[in-house]
Design a protein around this ligand. Sequence first.
Ligand SMILES: [Zn+2]
Ligand SMILES: [Zn+2]
Length: 328
Amino acid sequence: MRAAVVPSVNGKWEVKEWQTPKAGPNQVVIKIHASGLCYTDVHITHGMIPVQFPHVLGHEPVGEIVEVGPGVTTRKVGDRVGVGWVQRGCGRCEWCLRGKKELCQNAISTGIGLQGSHAEYMLAYADATMLIPDALSYEQAAPIFCAGYTVWSGLRLADPKPHERVAVVGIGGLGHLALQYAKAAGFETIAVTKSKDKEKMIRELGADEVVESGAALLAAGGADVLLGTSNSWASTEEAAQGIRPDGRVVVMGASNEPFRFNMGMMLSRVRILGSSQNGPEYLYEALDFVAKKKVKVVTETYKLEDIGKAYDRVADGKVRFRAVITMD
Ligand SMILES: [Zn+2]
Ligand SMILES: [Zn+2]
């Protein structure tokens, strides 16, 4: 099969022949129809998350099952499926026993422990696959398996109440979906962005207000929930100046920067929440919003052969708003 292979840390992605996977026990082989690019692909290429190179990245996979391995009973050839980030826990630690495999320290993840989806075929554990609603196209579904799943999980973790205000900082692949999910769930929604040139588009996505900074957010009434989707924690920290008492700041962008808590936050009982993909019920809901056309992914599509171009645009932060490889 053809696959986008990263040869080494900081290596240049090359589309080349790669071994076609075979389904082992409890596994399926998916013929990939669409695969989204995430900024985490850039982090992995730069060695921030260790993988065994050469490696095929990609953790927003969707396609159809073309082979089922021994022991698979709930999936069949022809099923339209996608796969989230964490596929399998060790099954034996406290968090696996509690049914929270996403917290397992020895979890096997898509595009990390297993080869990823920037390829014609991908191997996955059958239990990690999620059926895709019939009404949903592959191109719209793919980015939900990381970006959509992540931001909806974060909003659910913050547990917003009726009448609360939700702000989103970082209007990119994750942020443009976070705005739409918050709006679709019925909350007054505010975008925090330096890109005033994007204001018209951001309002069309569902933002009731667009502000440039945490101070401007505060002046506009503040937010009870701040969804930090930016890979710059400094931006999230700055926007958190606009958080209201009893507010929650959800940090979702990957970074190694420190995140500073301050006295004002302590006195106003602000909570900082780390969040990623918090369990399949949120993936189910995230997909359902898109199938019902309440949320729409804004995509740039590329052929597998052009993935290098897509990668450069992701790395440079130029994509509006999610780059997706389509195989059809
Ligand atoms: Zn991702
Ligand atoms: Zn475990």
